[in-house]
Structures are given as structure tokens and as C-alpha cells.
Design a protein around this ligand. Sequence first.
Ligand SMILES: NC(=O)c1ccc[n+]([C@@H]2O[C@H](COP(=O)([O-])OP(=O)(O)OC[C@H]3O[C@@H](n4cnc5c(N)ncnc54)[C@H](O)[C@@H]3O)[C@@H](O)[C@H]2O)c1
Length: 167
Amino acid sequence: MANMFDLSGKVALVTGASYGIGFAIAKGLANAGATIVFNDINAELVEKGMAAYKAEGIDAHGYVCDVTDEDAVNALVATVEKEVGVIDILVNNAGIIKRIPMCEMSAADFRKVIDVDLNAPFIVSKAVIPAMIKKGHGKIINICSMMSELGRETVSAYVRQRAVLRC
Ligand SMILES: NC(=O)c1ccc[n+]([C@@H]2O[C@H](COP(=O)([O-])OP(=O)(O)OC[C@H]3O[C@@H](n4cnc5c(N)ncnc54)[C@H](O)[C@@H]3O)[C@@H](O)[C@H]2O)c1
């Protein structure tokens, strides 16, 4: 029987994966044979990520890209398709949380959380889906949180967007 977890020949984009949970997900995908592409918000983080992947023996491709910027995301996906290949697996991991009680939270902070945690997965998914349809397959994994089930008074924006993303 074929190895169900063999990802040889697959290209995986994990957003916001210079460190943290995204890095761990990417490491798991790389260990299963996938080619890893990741992005992060600035060059310093991407360099840090590249060094961390290298230290794990992973030949990753790192790019600077803000996932809330639709033009930048479209440019990133076009570059990845040209330089690495069509993205077979997208993990929408990049995210932020602002632990501020609702009555003290500005609308700007609320919008920022929604932008990174909800709008960005839409933007990145929309950018990768056409090539996946053309290829006939693809997987998109959205990272959510237990807080989509269990609210908490200091994280109102985070809870709302996670609940929507889970639907
Ligand atoms: N840490 C937890 O306990 C926990 C629990 C449940 C779910 N999550 C979710 O898992 C994911 C990763 O969490 P983490 O703890 O590793 O977070 P983290 O803050 O350690 O890492 C998030 C990564 O996303 C990047 N990022 C943030 N905004 C970005 C943007 N606009 N464009 C590109 N990259 C951006 C950051 O620079 C960072 O590399 C998040 O979506 C988070 O909501 C985390």
C-alpha cells in the first residue's frame, strides 16, 4: 500500500512560518517529503526562518509578503509558481492576537485582527486556487483555535474571526 503520508513532489506554502506553529507545521510537511515555501512580514524574520530551516536540513524557500496585501500575495504566488512550482498545499497559519478587553479595544485594533486572521486566508486561498483547479487537486488548511468554540473576554476579535474561518 502506498504511503498515505508521502508528500514527495508536493509544494507546500505555509504562511507566517519563520518560527512558531507555522515552522513546526512546515517541518512536519518537509519530513513527509514536501518542498517548503513560507513567507513572513519582513526580511529579518524570513532570514531567521531560512537559518532555522537550514539547521533542520530543510531546503526551504522564504519570501517577504504581508498576507493582508492582495497585490503582494498575488505577486508572491506568481513568483512561487515560476521559481518553485504550483502550490499543492496551502496552510493559512499567519495570525495575530490582541488580548484587549472589548470596551478598551479600538476599532482599528479589531479591524487589524480581522484583516490578518480572516481576510488574509481569503486573499491567499483565492490566489492559489486557480492553479490548483487547473492541476486538478490541492489542499487548503486553515489554522483556527479552540477559542472559536470557547470565547474569552479579552480576545473578542480573535474569537469572532476564528469561528467564521471554521465554518
Ligand atoms: N499559540 C497558540 O496558543 C495558538 C493556539 C491556537 C491557534 N493558534 C494559531 O496558530 C497560528 C500560529 O500561531 P503562533 O502561536 O505560532 O503565532 P506567532 O505569533 O508565533 O507566529 C505567527 C506568524 O505569523 C506572522 N505574521 C503575522 N502577521 C502577518 C502578516 N500580515 N503577513 C505575514 N505574516 C504574518 C508572524 O510574523 C509570525 O511569523 C495563528 O494563526 C494562531 O492564531 C495559535
